[in-house]
Every structure is written in C-alpha cells, then in structure tokens.
Write a protein that binds this ligand. Structure first.
Ligand code: 5GP
Length: 202
C-alpha cells in the first residue's frame, strides 16, 4: 500500500484559505486535516481540539522538547506548531494529510519531508487583502497592520512552493486545489507499485 501524501498549504491570513480548505475537506472525506497547536488566545467561536489545541507557552515548549512537533514557528508574537503523532499515523495508514501552516513551518516540513507537496494561496492583491481583514473585523487595527506586513513577507516566499493558487474567484480556487490533489496522486513516484502490478499480470 502507498503511504499517504502530505499537503502543506500556506496563505497570508485573509486570503480565503479557510473557506477553500473547508470546501475541499467537505468534498474529499478521505483527507485528514491536522489540527495545530498554538499559544494564541481563541477567537470567538473557536473550539479547543477543533480549530487548534490552545496551549500555554510552557505546554508548547514542553511539546517541542519532547520531540512532539513536526515543525513550529513564531508568528505575530505567538507560537504555532504541528503535532507529530497523528500526522505520521495517518500517512502510514495511506491517508493524505493537510497541514495549514505559515511559510517558515512549511520550509521546515519541506526540508524534513521533501516529498511533501507545498501549495500557496495568493490574494488578488495586498490592497484586497487589507480590505478583507478590515471587513472580517476580528482584529484591532494595529494587529491588521502587522498581519498585512507579515502577509507581504510571506507572499515573497511563495516562490519556494510547488503550486500557486490565486483566490480571486472562490469556485475556481477550489477547483484548482482539487486538481493539485489529483495530479499529485498520479505522479510516477506515487505509482511505482501499480507499474509492477500491471507487469505481473501478464
Ligand atoms: P491564525 O492566528 O490566523 O489562526 O493563524 C496565523 C498563521 O499561523 C496562519 O498563517 C496559519 O496558517 C499559521 N499556522 C497555523 N497553524 C500552524 C502550525 O501548526 N504551524 C505553523 N508553522 N503555522 C501555523
């Protein structure tokens, strides 16, 4: 049996990444979405264990020290990281896994697991990104300013990703995402066993 594929998705906040991913996950029930750990405080409506595992700084540090994270990074004064155990378990079971993480973490994953597929979602423009963040209204102005600056830095790192999706039209972005999932499963590397099987049944 083939191992599952690891997909790493990054996008500056406000790019519609959450909406795209929830649609893709709804349509592809066999994908496992990895819930991250974070030290930031929950936003309204966010549930521990569903949106994130909300940890104290001490708990987070302990996870790192115990080797429990695949990657971690500091982002806007908080720590975010991917708990290792579930991800490895699912991949071993042949289940594809999605990590929704920022760019520093994504680069760590690519170094540790070069076979991971990295996808970057772009906003139509930085201007539009700021407009969306203002409209969402979940952050104060100074936090928004910080996030826009962070977004510009992150967009520069999109060059290091395998695939780029522009989210100027939601349906098209979802379609593009699913095309990447499908194509990634059809690579030669992923189907070595199939070639052998075909030859065996002569
Ligand atoms: P937010 O606070 O808006 O939920 O997330 C802020 C940023 O942290 C987003 O870019 C999000 O993708 C990223 N992030 C979420 N979970 C992880 C993680 O486990 N590791 C890393 N490196 N970044 C994460």
């Amino acid at each position: 049996m083939n191992k599952g594929k690891l997909f790493v998705v990054s996008a500056p906040s406000g790019c519609g990444k959450g909406t795209i991913l929830s649609e893709v996950l709804k349509k592809n029930k066999n994908l496992f979405y990895s819930v991250s750990a974070t030290t930031r405080t929950p936003r309204d409506g966010e549930i521990d264990g569903v949106n994130y595992y909300f940890l104290s700084k001490e708990e987070f540090k302990m996870e790192i020290d115990n080797g429990g994270m695949i990657e971690y990074a500091q982002y806007c004064d908080n720590f975010y990281g991917t708990p290792k155990e579930k991800v490895i378990e699912k991949l071993e079971q042949g289940i594809d896994v999605i990590l929704e993480i920022e760019t520093n973490g994504a680069m760590q994953v690519k170094r540790a697991m070069p076979e991971a597929v990295l996808i970057f979602i772009l906003p139509p423009s930085v201007f539009e990104l700021r407009r969306r963040l203002n409209k969402r209204g979940t952050e104060e102005q100074d936090v928004i300013d910080k996030r826009v600056k962070e977004a510009e830095d992150e967009i520069l790192k999109a060059h290091n990703y395998d695939y780029i999706i522009m989210n100027d039209e939601l349906d098209k972005a979802i379609e593009d995402f699913e095309a990447i999932l499908k194509a990634s499963k059809l690579t030669n590397e992923n189907n070595k066993n199939m070639i052998e099987e075909v030859l065996k049944n002569a």
